[in-house]
Design a protein around this ligand. Sequence first.
Ligand SMILES: *[C@@H]1O[C@H](CO)[C@@H](O)[C@H](O)[C@H]1NC(C)=O
Ligand SMILES: *[C@@H]1O[C@H](CO)[C@@H](O)[C@H](O)[C@H]1NC(C)=O
Ligand SMILES: *[C@@H]1O[C@H](CO)[C@@H](O)[C@H](O)[C@H]1NC(C)=O
Ligand SMILES: *[C@@H]1O[C@H](CO)[C@@H](O)[C@H](O)[C@H]1NC(C)=O
Ligand SMILES: *[C@@H]1O[C@H](CO)[C@@H](O)[C@H](O)[C@H]1NC(C)=O
Ligand SMILES: *[C@@H]1O[C@H](CO)[C@@H](O)[C@H](O)[C@H]1NC(C)=O
Ligand SMILES: *[C@@H]1O[C@H](CO)[C@@H](O)[C@H](O)[C@H]1NC(C)=O
Ligand SMILES: [Zn+2]
Ligand SMILES: [Zn+2]
Length: 494
Amino acid sequence: MRSPSLSHAFLVLVGAAVVVAGNPLVTSKSYQATVSGDNLMKHAEKLSQYSKINDANTRAFGTIGHNKTIEYIKSSLDKTGFYDTYLDTFQYLYSDGTAALSVANVTYEIAWLTYGPGGDVNAPLVLANNLGCTQNDFPTAIAGNIALISRGNCSFSDKVALSGAAGAVGAIIYNNENGPLAGGGTLGTDFNPLGPYVPTGIVSGSDGKALISAVEVSDKLIGNLHVVATNENRTTSNVIATSKSGDQNNIVMSGGHTDSVPAGPGINDNGSGSMSILELALQLSHFRIKNAVRFGFWTAEEFGLVGSDHYVAGLSEAERNKIALYLNFDMVASPNFGYFIYDGDGNAFNITGPPGSDHIEKTFENFFASAGVKSAPTEFNGRSDYGPFLDVGIPAGGLFTGAEGNKTAEEAAWWGGQANVAYDVCYHRACDTIDNLNLPAWVQNSKAIAHSIATYAVSLDGIPRQAQRTLIPRIALPHDRRRHQACGHEVLAS
Ligand SMILES: *[C@@H]1O[C@H](CO)[C@@H](O)[C@H](O)[C@H]1NC(C)=O
Ligand SMILES: *[C@@H]1O[C@H](CO)[C@@H](O)[C@H](O)[C@H]1NC(C)=O
Ligand SMILES: *[C@@H]1O[C@H](CO)[C@@H](O)[C@H](O)[C@H]1NC(C)=O
Ligand SMILES: *[C@@H]1O[C@H](CO)[C@@H](O)[C@H](O)[C@H]1NC(C)=O
Ligand SMILES: *[C@@H]1O[C@H](CO)[C@@H](O)[C@H](O)[C@H]1NC(C)=O
Ligand SMILES: *[C@@H]1O[C@H](CO)[C@@H](O)[C@H](O)[C@H]1NC(C)=O
Ligand SMILES: *[C@@H]1O[C@H](CO)[C@@H](O)[C@H](O)[C@H]1NC(C)=O
Ligand SMILES: [Zn+2]
Ligand SMILES: [Zn+2]
């Protein structure tokens, strides 16, 4: 059912004529006043319910929980009648799995590598020579056995494919530092022309050393490598909504990602960012705006900015030029939060956004200053859905409350919370549930988002509109390069 927008209409007398002026022009103050913690939590509860369907505890793209998220966003926006909405649908390769290893009945921690195949193999371990980067590094004795290979010099993908080419039935990579591989690893794609992939995983450097010593003592050291994996193309969608009102040649765009990692429900990452903008999109329908406002709800961010990249790559130059700026909101309610603003002017981290990004940063800084709340810059490194917009020269900015990094003592003095503890201890984990949200931070950031949208929906002063945009030539990024950028999260490939 459509809610009639004229329910908010008021009459203005101009001379003797009666003019229906419609809704009031949006202002920062009136738009901020629509932000309600209760409404934000209602959206979070929906996402939480969706993540629990079939006890999945995830909203990774292509799952039922993510499909429901997409439907909820689109149908909520459609009910306002304020937007033209559509689903920007495409296919992408999904990958999820686990690995387990025991050698001579001793269990070792082993991390699965994204895009690695499933399988259950029992065979002796045989050492690869050097770093396993050329076919010569794989002795003939590896055929029928499990290759044990050091990390380093070439991609995990090459090591695993060369193992397969040498006839190995499995491959165990060990870290070249003592500990486990931080942040997980990936084969980058599901195919390598050097050879067929075999079941694989990566162990810590210290376990690697122990295994090498054991192999040197016994050449019949039996390993059991058990990998369960899903690698399949899945159909998924961005939701794009553009106000029917406002100047369609000067579009203020804002976005957040709707998917979670496979490992968790993703309520803070990035439910919080996308639900802030959903709520603000619904509230905007009560206002009049000068510039059109567009919202992008991105899919498959966690697989490397896939949805936003797909959207931007599909825009013609003329369509790109209509987008005046892009505002990104990912993780805006971290439990041990900081109030971080992307460093668009580059004065803190020396990575400067396209002209206009400095103005966006200033708009957020002014908001926090006038609210009497301390804010701090965060690196504008393109590791979220604003990256593809930067690549085509669109000024961008946004907010972030922190992920796996630790809060400093100075930051704890500014914002409270715990020093030397991660901003979000549940980042990319199963515990990123509805209890992982800091509601006061979420409300404060939603007001900041309201301020930025209200500001630019009325005036683009300070945002260059005629300047020649510098286009960074788009390259087809392989999956592993994309994963490198995913979600502020460095994923090492070799
Ligand atoms: C999710 O939606 C896509 C269409 O976008 C469909 O192909 C897929 O089967 C759906 N998956 C589930 C689990 O419902
Ligand atoms: C592993 O354990 C099984 C059953 O406990 C035993 O039969 C087998 O000999 C053990 N293998 C090794 C290599 O120790
Ligand atoms: C690894 O690469 C470095 C730099 O390219 C090279 O110096 C070194 O010899 C390589 N090591 C091995 C074992 O291949
Ligand atoms: C996914 O789709 C691509 C392109 O259509 C295809 O080349 C690839 O084989 C598919 N992968 C899987 C695992 O189905
Ligand atoms: C959450 O989504 C927003 C919008 O896409 C993005 O700016 C932000 O970086 C995301 N945060 C993380 C840590 O994924
Ligand atoms: C900032 O970056 C530029 C270009 O990337 C570089 O030339 C310059 O040395 C950097 N400045 C500082 C202070 O790191
Ligand atoms: C955060 O601090 C803890 C100790 O309080 C430490 O174990 C951990 O490695 C730190 N994490 C990061 C990302 O620096
Ligand atoms: Zn995220
Ligand atoms: Zn993430």
